[in-house]
Design a protein around this ligand. Structure first.
Ligand code: GLA
Length: 736
């Protein structure tokens, strides 16, 4: 027996390829893979490091993502459990894959091996490109890592090239894989629905795979946002401990898989959803995946959010960080019922209250089928001369004459069942042959994978801009998901539909930005159904939610702030009872909540009493005095509204000379008196700050109007008395 065991071991040893340098092809043929000098590649920002290792057998492996080590090169001889940086289906891979290719001969196997490595630096970004190739089929992949040095953000994407003559099929094509080490991983992700987007969910990740995804086509972020925070440990930690946040820059179907593998480590695969999207990659063609953004912070989720916000202001949001105007939007104040005098009345009131822009929302277009409800007219973008006989240019110049900017709403990706466009171009509608065209909000989606439709959609924007000289702002809406997916244009290549819809959208957005670099664009999709860093490359802000209720906004804005910065978060004061939730909240609370982002109003100002008007004027005026900190400052969340009866947060200017604190009481505090201590954060401990409560005659804090040292304010001295449900306060802090 002993002899047999030894013989077997010897035979096995002889059969095992030495470090897999020879790959067997069809039993007897082999492809030579020359060995390479091992090396460590470190992708670095100011405080973080992603370490990869190239093995002698050309496997490229992820070693570590975390705080910056002095000499990552010491990992050169590292022995331990590692993970391929971009594992492809085939070879020895038995778990989730980043890449799955089907070749023309029907085979599925791919094994990517190192070919090249290059770096370059420009504009505060260090780019590392790692070349990989399958030595049998020749398929190539470049892993591109852009390290945003100051912001501590790393963007990862893959470029997949088919150098052969025949098409291959990409069954799965992730943007990135990240591997995290730790004993426990607490995932925070953001689920929701219409008017309740971005609800926070927290769960410990156990063995197996947890997936967050969207298959809505358009409106990809309504039910789940392509972003998350992973706390390394059992608890969510806002201010300390290690946290990794990620966000996929893609406005279509996505899939993010959190795989706790057999070793207990966490592998996070992120990218476009492969659902119905086996992408045909032509011979000689390349496919570039969307970017996946990563940040690591040793200052908990708060630190991770601040990194992403800084990146977004500097790179991720069109015009990011600039102050966008306050506005009055006509929607909740007028809906479809307006004429010129209603609108000019609103413009008069907006100007009188100190707002800076008027936005004409839905209902201004359609001649054969006038848009008097949401049942008709999308696609027919000529102004309705019955409602506004003087024309849009009259309204725009009326607003400009009052010192206001002028904006207008469009929903260019859609067509109503009742419209001239649906009569003339039924083939442009997203559809599956022979199947029912399901309507949602009485409308269908236009097929943006079709270049003719892309031209048409660009034309809608372009012609709207010509309706009046100096249109300052476009609200771009998108109010339904894709049902019965399919394209009359794509013929047998229906697998390209979901991907090319989004690429078509981005191509239209690029053309718009070339022609109209300075128009402000709001990205709206039934509220917050398109809040992602793919769309934000072209848009100045997003409509956070159709839910304008200040109580609902506590949770929506709290979660939004985890990933997206306040400069892009549009937040409006509306009437009570709230049109969505029915809640009745004080006007002060509604202003205080809206002032945490880009403040606007969305009601009929004529319905405000004179005392409400006076408060509105005051709140708008004070907002202009501190909004620079909201738009450009660092956010510190002081409490978690899911676990506290108070919700408080603050923004601090980068030079720490100015800060603004927001505090809300969410539940009646029956232990009257005393006040609630909030330990402020992010201030300069040794500087004195003058603290002034905004928008009140009599402050809820004893220290109002006095100057205090930063360490006192951060050390428990700040305790405003907010006892009643829905009472709120804003404090401005100015360094002396
Ligand atoms: C969507 C938007 C709203 C409003 C309406 C108009 O629901 O989210 O803000 O523009 O469409 O129909």
């Amino acid at each position: 027996m002993k002899h047999i065991a030894i013989l077997l071991a010897a035979l096995l040893a002889a059969a095992a390829p030495s470090e897999a340098r020879k790959v067997k092809k069809f039993v007897h043929e082999t492809v030579e893979i020359p060995s390479v000098e091992p090396q460590i590649i470190a992708v670095e920002t100011a405080n973080t490091q992603l370490t990869l290792s190239v093995k002698e057998n050309r496997r490229v492996e992820l070693i570590r993502y975390g705080s910056k080590l002095r000499s990552p090169q010491e990992f050169l001889g590292y022995e331990g459990v590692t993970q391929e940086a971009y594992p492809a289906a085939g070879g020895t891979l038995l778990t989730e894959n980043a890449l799955h290719v089907k070749y023309p001969d029907g085979n599925h196997g791919t094994e990517l091996r190192f070919t090249s490595f290059s770096t370059k630096s420009a504009g505060g970004v260090n780019t590392t490109v790692i070349g990989l190739k399958d030595y049998v089929t020749g398929l190539e992949v470049s892993l591109v890592y852009d390290a945003y040095v100051k912001e501590d953000v790393i963007s990862a994407r893959a470029v997949i090239t088919n150098p052969g003559k025949k098409d291959v099929e990409l069954e799965n094509y992730a943007s990135s894989l990240m591997r995290l080490e730790g004993d426990d991983f607490l995932l925070t992700h953001f689920h929701g629905g219409w008017a309740c987007e971005m609800q926070t969910s927290r769960e410990l990740l156990d063995f197996g795979t947890k997936v967050i995804e969207s298959r809505r086509g358009t409106q990809a972020t309504q039910t789940e946002n392509p972003s998350f925070v992973v706390s390394l440990g059992r608890e969510f930690s806002e201010n300390s401990g290690e946290a990794v946040a990620g966000a996929l820059a893609w406005s279509g179907n996505f899939r993010i898989a959190f795989e706790r593998d057999e070793t207990g480590r966490l592998n996070i695969f992120s990218g476009i959803s492969p659902f119905a999207s086996a992408y045909p990659l032509k011979g000689g063609a390349s496919f570039e995946t969307p970017e996946m953004l990563w940040t690591f912070s040793a200052e908990g989720a708060g630190g991770a959010s601040r990194n992403l916000h800084r990146w977004a202001r500097n790179y991720g949001i069109y015009g990011g960080g600039a102050v966008n105007p306050t506005l009055l939007n006509s929607w909740e104040g007028a809906y479809f019922s307006f004429d010129t005098s209603v609108l000019t009345g609103m413009i008069d009131d907006a100007a009188a209250m100190g707002l800076e822009m008027f936005v004409l929302d839905d209902g201004w277009f359609g001649t054969k089928y006038p848009r008097n409800s949401d049942r008709t007219s999308l696609g027919d973008w000529e102004p309705n001369t019955d409602k506004i006989p003087e024309g849009i240019d009259h309204l725009a110049s009326y607003a400009h004459g009052k010192g206001l900017k002028f904006g207008i709403w469009i929903e260019p990706e859609m067509v109503s069942g009742v419209s001239v466009l649906a009569e003339t171009h039924p083939e442009w509608v997203v559809q599956s042959p022979g199947r029912e065209l399901y309507e949602a909000r009485w409308q269908w989606v236009l097929d943006l994978s079709n270049p003719q439709v892309q031209d048409f959609v660009f034309g809608i924007f372009d012609r709207t801009m010509q309706l009046a000289p100096g249109i300052d702002y476009i609200k771009w809406d998108c109010n339904r998901p894709v049902y019965s997916f399919g394209s009359t244009y794509l013929g047998p290549e229906q697998d390209r539909f979901y991907v090319e819809y989004v690429q078509g959208l981005y191509s239209v957005m690029r053309r718009i930005r070339e022609k109209y670099p300075s128009v402000l664009v709001q990205c709206c999709s039934s509220g917050g159904a398109r809040v992602d860093y793919g769309a934000m490359k072209y848009c100045n802000e997003f409509w956070t939610s159709d839910n304008t209720d200040a109580i609902s906004r506590v949770r929506i804005q709290y979660a939004t702030s985890m990933i997206y910065p306040a400069c892009a978060m549009a937040s409006h004061v509306s009437a009570v009872p709230n049109h969505q939730s029915g809640n009745v909240t004080p006007l002060k609370m509604r202003f205080d909540m809206a002032a945490a982002g880009r403040l606007g109003m969305e009601l009929q100002p004529k319905n405000l009493s004179s005392s409400e008007r006076a408060l509105a004027d005051r709140c708008i005026r004070s907002y202009k005095g501190f909004r620079d900190v909201v738009f450009g400052g660092d956010l510190y969340r002081l409490s978690d509204p899911y676990n506290s009866d108070y919700y408080a947060f603050m923004y601090v200017s980068e030079d720490k000379t100015k800060a603004v604190v927001f505090a809300f009481c969410l539940r009646y505090q029956n232990r009257a008196g005393g006040g609630h201590p909030f330990a402020l954060r992010g201030l300069d401990p040794s500087r004195k700050y003058l603290v002034t409560e905004q928008n009140v005659d009599s402050s809820c804090w004893w220290g109002d109007g006095k100057a205090f040292a930063g360490d006192f304010l951060m050390g428990g001295g700040f305790n405003p008395v907010l006892l009643q449900t829905n009472s709120s306060a804003i404090f401005l802090l100015e360094a002396r």
